[in-house]
Design a protein around this ligand. Structure first.
Ligand code: SDX
Length: 380
């Protein structure tokens, strides 16, 4: 074992890279993208403008934003070859497996030209941000036995995704709220899927493989999918009155409360604060959902039980209530997380190209010491 370097499981607290993209103050509950507070972006920006900021480091000029939005709009369509491949996927397949396969397949269509060519980087960013929503929506229609519908160029990014997914043009407020959800989920420093993206990017492979690697990592239940589990929990609790008893029973059984806790935040996740306001805006306009009353009761009852341990709602606690009201199927919540997080993954891909150092950490060996070969007849 190498002396002086102790093992840090999960790399807890180990700075594995230097990055200028996102900063989290877990004590104050502050989240900034390239120095801009999340609250300001959620109030004033759009997902595409925020994606541009994350990837290229500055808010775009009016012309830069118009050109980026137009480029994304022109690249929304996915080749019939990918759509035909998706028709071979079993309808019962996990949506994140479908997204990982279809995202990786994009790499078959675009050459691995010199990735230090800014035009290649721009084109890859545009294609991935433009095509991932189309693939998620296509998967939904295909598994229902229908042909996917083509993007509508007259609809903005978020409205077009909801249209392709639900076959109905969304209410402008619903589209605006969804666009804010994408901004809130776009980036979060070195979470597991972004770390996967950086390790993969460090070998200088193509960006489609980088995103496929990150999608596979996000698919794990400890990272993506907690917002699905939150809705299941709210349905199990049933009424606000049951919240306290539910928490007592779960904690006695040492079960983790889904949508609570975070490696970084020791206060309520600032994204949960904003998402809760979006939930209330949704329900004021489109009708109440009694599961929200249960969620508020769970949060209230958890304050005394988990608050002292620094465990508060995270980004997943309220997001599922928004997506449910938007008519997004529950098992597509994590693919929606991926639609947003691809902006962060691509920002880290681009930053890693500049770092130009392959990840190759060491280990502490704990296996067998040197030993002689054993012929098979002598083995027990
Ligand atoms: C995301 O990294 C990111 O930034 C992720 C993310 C992003 O934007 O990319 O924010 C997105 O993944 C949000 C998290 C979604 N997952 C969940 O909501 C699942 C439930 N949460 C827990 O699994 C947990 O809180 C984690 C995984 C989020 C964080 O786990 P940690 O930091 O490794 O904390 P831990 O497991 O070491 O727990 C520390 C203590 C333990 O108690 P003790 O053993 O010390 O007595 O806190 C307890 C845990 O039991 N604890 C919880 C709890 N989370 C931690 N107890 C009850 N309920 C919980 N949710």
């Amino acid at each position: 074992a190498r002396t002086g370097i102790e093992l840090r499981p999960g790399l807890d607290g180990v700075p594995a890279t230097q990055s200028a993209i996102c900063d989290i103050d877990g004590e104050q509950g502050l989240l900034t993208y390239r120095g801009y507070p999340m609250q300001d972006l959620a109030a004033n920006s759009s997902f595409l403008e925020t994606a541009f900021l994350l990837i290229w480091g500055e808010l775009p000029s009016r012309d830069q934003l118009a050109e980026f939005e137009h480029a994304v709009q022109m690249h929304r369509r996915v080749s019939f070859r990918v759509r035909d491949m998706m028709k071979c996927f079993p309808a019962s397949g996990h949506p994140m497996d479908a997204l990982q396969s279809s995202a990786a397949s994009l790499g078959l269509f675009y050459s691995r030209r010199a990735i230090d060519d800014p035009q290649y980087v721009y084109d890859a960013v545009v294609r991935l941000i433009a095509k991932i929503p189309t693939m998620v929506a296509a998967f939904q229609l295909i598994r229902k036995g229908q042909d996917p519908i083509q993007p509508r160029d007259d609809l903005a990014y978020s409205a077009n995704f909801l249209y392709m997914l639900t076959e109905r043009e969304p209410d402008p407020l619903a589209a605006r709220i969804f666009d804010r959800c994408l901004m809130l989920h776009a980036e979060h420093s070195l979470n597991a899927s972004t770390f996967s993206a950086r390790v993969t990017a460090s070998t200088l492979t193509d960006p489609y493989a980088v995103v496929a690697s990150a999608v596979g990592t996000l698919a794990g239940p400890l990272h993506g999918g907690a917002n699905e589990d939150v809705l299941a929990m709210l349905e199990e609790v049933g009424t606000a009155e049951n919240a306290g008893a539910y928490l007592d029973e779960a904690m006695a059984a040492k079960r983790k409360i889904m949508g609570f806790g975070h490696r970084e935040y020791k206060v309520k996740d600032p994204r949960a604060v904003i998402l809760q306001a979006l939930v209330e805006e949704m329900f004021a306009r489109f009708g109440h959902d009694e599961l929200y009353d249960v969620a508020v009761a769970i949060e209230r009852e958890a304050e005394s039980r988990l608050g002292p341990k620094g465990i508060y709602p995270n980004v997943d606690f309220y997001s599922g209530l928004v997506y449910r009201k938007l008519g997004i199927p529950r098992d597509l919540f994590t693919p929606v997380f991926a639609i947003a997080r691809v902006a962060g993954w691509l920002a880290h891909w681009r930053e890693q190209l500049g770092a130009n150092r392959i990840f190759r950490p060491s280990q502490i060996y704990s296996g067998s010491q040197l030993r002689a070969w054993m012929p098979i007849d002598e083995r027990v």
